[in-house]
Design a protein around this ligand. Structure first.
Ligand code: E4P
Length: 215
């Protein structure tokens, strides 16, 4: 299973990357806006930190403009994956980008039928937003289960990125279901590294180690 970091903060990405566990990064306009930095500059720096898929979202809403923007973003680095929203125009743009061999991550996916379309398009990644579904009282992880079943039925190669992750259980369930990737905020990444019993165990060993006579 691959771990992606869902942030545009380079300090967070640098720190998480030190663990050797980060396989990619997903960004979106909201995440970049939080950094207060210029769009392309942030993406370039992220590409210099993590050697893996780095998702950059288009901001255009019309297919031809999305394709132009995607081509420009793809020029930043060979690891850039273009995030395209799952709209009618987005589908047209994605079809063109697949033809141009530009990697695509279809974002803002909320239904199994939207995901079916992504698989049929042959995009590299589909991003079901589980947290935002939970927010409106739908079980977000049910969508992931449905997508994995559908993609298995047709042997689609599209990789499932569990996105809008809100807690460590989303990551655990993603792994249990066999999702290819979970993209998580830095806070969740730090949470899954930690266990209170591990910390208590270390404290106890250290305090006992201090009692061992020195030679
Ligand atoms: C995924 O690629 C998105 O950037 C992200 O997971 C959205 O998460 P949110 O619902 O917490 O904004």
């Amino acid at each position: 299973m691959k771990f992606f970091l869902d942030t545009a903060h380079v300090e967070e990405i640098r720190e998480a990357a030190e663990t050797g566990l980060i396989d990619g990064v997903t960004t979106n306009p909201s995440l970049v806006a939080k950094t207060g930095r210029e769009y392309r500059g942030v993406l370039k720096e992220i590409c210099s930190i993590v050697n893996g898929s780095i998702s950059a979202e288009v901001m255009a809403t019309e297919a031809d403009q999305m394709v132009n923007e995607a081509q420009s973003l793809a020029g930043i680095h060979s690891n850039i994956t273009i995030k395209i929203p799952m709209t009618g125009e987005g589908v047209k743009a994605a079809a063109k980008l697949v033809h141009l061999n530009i990697p695509v991550n279809m974002t803002l996916v909320f239904s199994p039928l939207q995901a079916l379309i992504c698989g049929k398009l042959g995009v590299d990644y589909v991003s079901p937003f589980v947290g935002r579904l939970d927010d409106i009282s739908h079980v977000g992880m049910d969508l992931v289960q449905d997508i994995i079943q559908i993609y298995g039925n047709y042997e689609y190669d599209t990789e499932v990125i569990v996105a809008s992750v809100r807690n460590p259980l989303h990551v655990l369930e993603a792994a249990q279901m066999g999702a290819h990737i979970a993209t998580m905020p830095f806070t969740i990444f730090k949470q899954i590294l930690k266990h209170p019993l591990t910390d208590i165990g270390v404290e106890r060993f250290l305090s006992d180690a201090a009692k061992i006579p020195r030679s």
